[in-house]
Structure formats: structure tokens, C-alpha cells
Design a protein around this ligand. Sequence first.
Ligand code: CP3
Length: 341
Amino acid sequence: MIKNTLFLRALKGETVDRPPVWMMRQAGRYLPEFIALREKYDFFTRCQTPELASEITVQPIRRYGMDAAILFSDILVIPQAMNIEVEMKPDFGPYLPNPVRDQKGVDAVIVPDVDEALGYVMDAIKMTKDKLEDEVPLIGFAGSPWTILCYVVQGQGSKNFDLVKKFCFTEPAAAHQLLQKITDTTIAYLKAKVAAGVDALQVFDSWGGMLSPADYQEFSWTYINQIIEALKDDAPVIVFGKGCWFALGDMAKSNAAALGVDWTCSPKTARELTGGQITLQGNFDPSRLLSPPAEIKRLVHEMIREFGKDRYIVNLGHGILPYINLDHAKAFIDAVKEYES
Ligand code: CP3
């Protein structure tokens, strides 16, 4: 049995003394112990070596005592497993040398046996669960099919993902076929992650906000909802859509256990759009961790009051920035633990 149940209780909508807290991208570049490992091993070696991935996962928990751990990995292990080459270039980010841009390319993409292609992730989960000794729950994650499509078609990060939109709008049948292959792989992958031991799941739709509300329904939400429906009886599913506040109303009607909110939407608006019943997660501006620690604490307490302590998971509105001072990250976590209603 997991000892710290705050996070899982908040996902169920139960009453808690204080909300749980974790940070998106908490296992990462602001931690000196992470940087030490990064200097020795390249990115995908860290992902593919269970000893390293599990160690990086527990680093922030040891240092700060968040209420949940998130497995160190990346959303782009999915396209890799689907036979699409992915490189992680230092100081550049993801680079896919052979992006998929036509029907022929879509036909060449495989739906893999996830236990075979991604068995290293399942091994990392088992090793992480051992290291966590049931102190806190472990979150497994995947990118949304749309966000994965963004990298697979564009080939790298982008300000507007224009080539992806061109592909969707000029070859919609091929685009939907590829989205479905990604969805099928993701469902099998997340089911395997739950079987390996993760306690909750998060789907990152980092680029959903690039789409108009109508296109979002067609190219992103349809597929995210398939994932929710397939996984809802296996584990609680959190959906984080960056810039997707316009879809919160529809999302709240789904079987997602919680919805992530970014910092451009106020807590009040997020509650109104979602009808007040579903658990929300977020939404501290990651740049606000640059404020002095006392100010961070004041803002975190204000945020908790605005969301309300129940049906709420404290988090950032997107991933932590790489150059955040360690004491500022600590102030964020401590503020939540010190919260009294
Ligand atoms: O949250 C965690 O601590 C778990 C680890 C995690 C990573 N990537 C490790 C990582 C998670 C949840 C992700 C998800 C991810 N990866 C997303 C969705 C979340 C988001 O931030 O929008 C996306 C879009 C990616 C793709 C990706 N991976 C990019 C764009 C980059 C380069 C830019 C960057 O943020 O550094 C990565 C590399 C990456 N993934 C790093 C880490 C710690 C940094 C590179 C390194 O360590 O060498």
C-alpha cells in the first residue's frame, strides 16, 4: 500500500487536509545530481537504462519530497518504437532525420509489440517502484497523438508546426491513419505501464493549443478521448493540454480523472469552464519560480485558495525551466506543505 495517498485521493475527488504537489519535468536539468549523470550518458541511454531512469526519477523526491514521482523518460520513445528515428541533440532538442510527410511514409510506420520495443520502460518502472518503497505514487506518461504527430511530421520543434498542419489539411486521410497508429501504440504502451506498476497516467498535449477549437476536436481530442476510454478502468488519467483552455468544457465531460491547466487561464475561469466537479492540476507560471522565495510562497497560497484545496493538484502550468534556483523550487513545494486552510 502506498503511504502518501494525497495525490491518489485528490484524483478521486476526496477531501484532503492540503492538496498534493508535484512539478512537471521535475526530474531534470535544474538538479545538479541530474546534470552529473547527463555529463556521463546521452539522453536516450538515460531513458533506456533502467538503473539510470529509476535513479533520475527518485532524485527530486529525495531532495524535495513531492507527493508523486514521474518516471524519467520521454514522449518520443513512442515514435522510436514505431520505427521512426529520433535523436536528442544537445542545446537543440528532438531531431527526426526522416520525418513522415506522405502516405508512403505513413504506410512504413509500424504499430510495435510494446513489451518488446519498450520493455526497458517497464523494467525502469519496476526498478523505480522498488526504490520508492511505496512512499509516493508513480506517474507514467505519454504524449498525445497530436503532439507526437507534431514531431513526427515537422521533424523538430517549431513555433507554429506549419508542416504538420499542411499535412493534416491537405492529406487528412493519411494524417488520421498515422494518428490512429500512434493512438493504438500509446494505448498498448500505457496499459503495459500500468501492468508494470505505475499508479496514475498523464497525457501531455503540449501542442494542442496550436489548433483552432474545431481542428483540436478533429486532430487531437478524438484521439486523447480514445486513450482515456481505453485506460479509465486501469488507472486514473490526467490530461494536460497546453493552451487548450478552450476545450476544458468538453474535457470535463470525459472520463479523465483530472485536467491540467496552464497559467494563461485563471483558476476561477478553469473551474467555471469545467463545472466545478473534476479535479484540476496546475497552473503556476514556471517563470514565477524566478520570483524571491517569499513571493513564491505567497503566490502558491493564493493559487490554492483560488482553486480550492479539494479536487486540486498543485503543479506548474508547464515544465520547470532548466535554470531555476534550487531554493526556489523548494519554496514552491514547501509552500504547499505549509498550507493551512
Ligand atoms: O517530467 C519529468 O520529470 C519526467 C521526464 C520528462 C522528460 N520529457 C524528460 C526530458 C517528461 C514528462 C517529458 C515529456 C516531454 N518531452 C514533452 C511533454 C511535456 C512538455 O514539456 O511539453 C515534450 C514536448 C517532450 C519532447 C522533448 N524532450 C523536448 C522538446 C526536449 C528538448 C527540450 C527540453 O525541454 O529540454 C526533450 C528533452 C528532454 N526530455 C530533457 C528531459 C529532462 C532534457 C534533455 C536532456 O536531459 O538531455
